[in-house]
Design a protein around this ligand. Sequence first.
Ligand code: 9WN
Length: 414
Amino acid sequence: MTMTVELDARAKEILRGNDRGGYTVPTHGLYPYQWNWDSVFSAWGFSTFDLPRAWVEIETLFASQKADGMVPHIIFHQVDPGYFPGPDVWQGGGEPPTSGISQPPVAAILARLMWEGDRDAGRAAITALYPKMVAWHRWWMEHRVVDGVAVVTHPWESGRDNCPDWDHGMAGVDGSNVGEYHRRDTGHVDADMRPKKIDYDRYLAIVYAGRSMGWDQARVLAEGPFLMTDPAVHFILLRAMDDLAAIGRDLGQDVAEVEGWAETLRAAVPDMWNPDLGAYDAYDLKSGQWANNLGTGAWLSYLAGVENAAMDARLTKAWDKVRYGIPSADPEGATFNPKRYWRGPSWAVMNALIALGFQRMGHEAWDARLRRETADMIRIGGFAEYHDPLDGSPCGGANFSWTAAIWLTWAGRD
Ligand code: 9WN
């Protein structure tokens, strides 16, 4: 096992090494562009040793905000053949070009932590960022909230690509007409750790549909081939609303609109409860079915200050089945796979977000346990993209920015 000081140094080296000048790539090779939520986690990591660089990361991300307020999920700063689908496939517009969907809105959550850590250093950045974050949250309310519940129009928008939450919605997407294409991810990492070809066919079909609508987001919502509620994004968005309102109040802004959005989202929380599952669950709006999956969404409820005693025992039972952090799918689920991406592995970055929830709700013992398990997993498997929750072994890409960031901000701290 590697010592904490060595890991601290290595984590900083990874962030510096993945810095492309104003933005950070998730990892060299596999992901050569700026990804939305990865970037915000990287900023949080940078904030532990280079606060000005941390704020620049978020500024660069918001520099690609669209006129309608959306902050895209990928920004293609420099064309790189190592990743598919690239800007030519997405056709999301912009200079630099972008994708046509968004990603979980963690910016306000982590920007608030950075701002409260050093108000003098962050004042100019947060003042400029605040109206941009309000505009992004407004975009979510207008284009990705249905009857008060947050939805995603592509599994990639959730950031949890192939998790079992999306199985029903994906079954309804016709991926048979996407033609030949050449995936690059499986040239970088073991194919058994990645989504399958049938998933990629459907991911592309959804992209082609959005592209054919010119990424008109009202149409993407109404006519796109995939539409599922996402409790994980809902709880992230709700928490981000609370944090954005807190930032706004600090800055002397009128936060009534933001508080109203939080109210709307909070009032809809009971609608995400699947009584048969005994937990908050994703729902396929196309076929009218619950996902019936004890997944990350349930775990993220605490982040938004939501607690449900009926769910606690069910969650801890699932957690007890593994050794290293929160599994991304129920270990007792029929399709649990400890190495295949979002279908079982433990993600340091999700563990950190879930722990912010435990901290909010005063679950100190859970927070301590999750931090210890995440730290052990990183000591065993290094700064991998994600880890096998049974033995801590590394999975996916190596030298990953967000795992390094989580080490510096939370897992590696005493
Ligand atoms: C598609 C960069 C991103 C993460 C996502 C993760 C994965 C992309 C992919 O990598 O998604 O956006 O090609 O697999 O699922 O959460 O932001 O690290």
